[in-house]
Write a new protein. Structure first.
Length: 174
């Protein structure tokens, strides 16, 4: 079952928007609803917050596709490509296909992207041991760590001709 939602990129509408997303999932899923509902809320909240902060368009599309095996959440918005604060990494990543880029790292987590194609990244995280850590700086990309941890797959694609950013998140249901 597939459903397309349109988000108006206004912070005050995130909660009512989430209610509609969760209602759709609960109507079409046999999965343990508490766990799926929590993961969905976290992921969609982070995706919408990202859209509010970084898109140049007035709306973002959110497509939900749910079947027996997975819930796939796809957010599409307009603007420049995903920002990476890494001097050795610049769009397009033509010479970096097949390599890994560090997106973010702190004392607890690392967020990395495998370059799939010049405009396509697949994110993953690593955890580091907790040894009397005091975090004083939460990165711009910390929300992406949360999305990675709540999902089974998190992929980004940029279309330079349409200037669309497409984030695709998959939560396995089996």
């Amino acid at each position: 079952m597939k459903q397309l939602f349109t988000f108006n990129n206004k912070a005050e509408t995130i909660y009512p928007f989430l209610k509609g997303v969760i209602a759709f999932i609960e109507q079409h899923s046999l999965e343990k609803e508490d766990e799926l509902s929590f993961k969905t809320r976290v992921i969609v909240t982070e995706l919408l917050t990202n859209s509010i902060k970084h898109t140049t368009g007035s709306v973002a599309g959110l497509e939900l596709n749910i079947n027996d095996k997975a819930l796939i959440i796809k957010k599409i918005d307009e603007g420049g490509p995903f920002y990476i604060n890494n001097p050795s990494s610049e769009w397009p990543f033509t010479d970096l296909v097949g390599t890994t880029i560090t997106i973010y790292a702190d004392a607890l987590n690392g967020l990395f992207a495998k370059v799939i194609a010049p405009y396509n990244l697949s994110f993953y995280t690593e955890s580091y041991p907790v040894d009397d850590v005091i975090l004083t700086d939460i990165s711009e990309h910390f929300g992406m760590v949360i999305i990675c941890r709540a999902s089974n797959s998190f992929v980004y694609q940029y279309n330079p001709s349409s200037k669309q950013s497409i984030f695709t998140v998959t939560i396995d249901l089996d």
